[in-house]
Ligand binder design. Structure first.
Ligand code: ADP
Ligand code: MG
Length: 347
């Protein structure tokens, strides 16, 4: 008998893998309101809900210690988890931190990592309540779990977008990705010639966006203060294109995004030009921006239009009308989770 060939993970991708590993599982606890498939899981705790999210950071995959100060790494590891709690319109409360460390790390190095972790805890008023510690064969792995709370009717999922809702994004996109390209370039130059000092002057913004992202607690507060509750929301960790498709898929909708409305900082565009990359590619597929992408009813337009940090970039349409981006020239392009052949071919 011929044995079935093992499936390569590269054939199914990250989301395909998660799907294959978790689909068809029925939850048996009535308190499990949301399991796999949103920014955080939601647990019914009586008069409120508890939200749980976890993220794993692996040296050599998610960070490179050549250009990532340990303090920044600690801060970022917390920030990206809190971002997932805010993306549910919830308040983060506690974190746990687990680390696996090889012999190359000293106590002082790990204290530096923790100083960043505590800095983020202080800023966002969360408590570190536990974790686990192990040795590792090589390098550093950090796993952080964040817990949050929200009233049940305040929680915003990825699946609530309605046809004609406005699609909004906070801040600007693509800077973290182009910041990473710059850090990688300087690292390679340094590796070739150790006498070279990194030339990062004038690029504080894009480098800061890569090394020290902030979860958008301020946007959640701003929306609350103005009585706006998004119909759906997600944080942008994998690029605008991938995240908008998550909202569309979970909400069973399509979308229209207008290219010229996508917020890109001038410093991102300038550095992208230096690398010969379309700034739009950084925004659509770069990732690690940790901005919020959300949909709101059309009635919120008047309130939103004057909010400097929020950009209306498109609208929700019926699923049959697809997920498209309209370019400045009037072309429509199918949004995809990765790579965007149409634009790349123009180079
Ligand atoms: P995010 O980018 O918001 O952190 P992910 O893309 O990492 O979310 O994960 C998507 C969903 O899949 C989440 O609900 C997450 O909890 C779940 N998930 C990811 N990896 C696994 C796994 N190995 N086993 C079970 N669930 C997972
Ligand atoms: Mg997320």
């Amino acid at each position: 008998m011929e044995q079935a060939k093992p499936t390569l993970l590269s054939e199914i991708g990250e989301f395909g893998l998660i799907d294959r590993l978790t689909a068809n599982r029925k939850m048996v606890q009535s308190s499990s309101l949301m399991g796999v498939g949103d920014d955080a899981a939601v647990i019914d705790a009586g008069d409120h809900c508890i939200l749980v999210t976890t993220d794993l950071l692996v040296e050599g995959i998610h960070f490179n210690l050549i250009y990532t100060p340990l303090k920044h790494l600690g801060y970022k590891a917390v920030a990206v988890n809190l971002s997932d709690i805010y993306a549910m319109n919830a308040e983060p409360r506690q974190i746990t931190v687990s680390i696996a460390v090889s012999g190359k790390f000293s106590l002082e190095a790990l204290e530096e990592l923790y100083s960043g972790i505590y800095m983020a805890c202080d800023k966002y008023k969360v408590d570190l309540i536990g974790g686990d510690t192990s040795s590792s064969v090589t390098g550093l792995t950090i796993s952080i779990t964040a817990l949050g709370t929200a009233k049940r009717d305040e929680i915003v999922y990825r699946n609530g977008a309605q046809t004609n809702d406005l699609i909004c994004v906070s801040g600007d996109l693509g800077a973290a990705y182009i910041g990473l390209q710059l850090l990688e370039r300087e690292k390679e130059l340094f590796e070739k010639d150790h006498s070279l000092q990194p030339d990062l002057d004038g690029n504080d913004y894009i480098i800061g966006r890569q090394l020290k992202p902030e979860p958008r607690a301020d946007i959640i507060q701003l929306l609350k203060d103005n009585g706006i509750k998004p119909t759906s929301m997600i944080d942008i960790s994998d690029g605008l294109s991938s995240e908008i498709l998550h909202i569309c898929k979970n909400s069973d909708k399509g979308c229209r995004i207008y290219q010229e409305k996508i917020p890109i900082d001038a410093s991102t565009a300038m550095m992208a030009a230096e690398f010969n990359i379309e700034p739009l590619i950084c925004a659509l597929h770069g990732g690690e921006d940790y901005e919020l992408l959300f949909t709101v009813p059309l009635e919120s337009f008047e309130k939103l239009r004057n909010m400097k940090e929020i950009h209306i970039i498109g609208k929700v349409v019926d699923k049959e009308d697809n997920a498209l981006m309209l370019t400045a020239e009037g072309n429509s392009i199918q949004l995809r989770a990765q790579g965007w052949d149409g634009l790349l071919e123009r180079e």
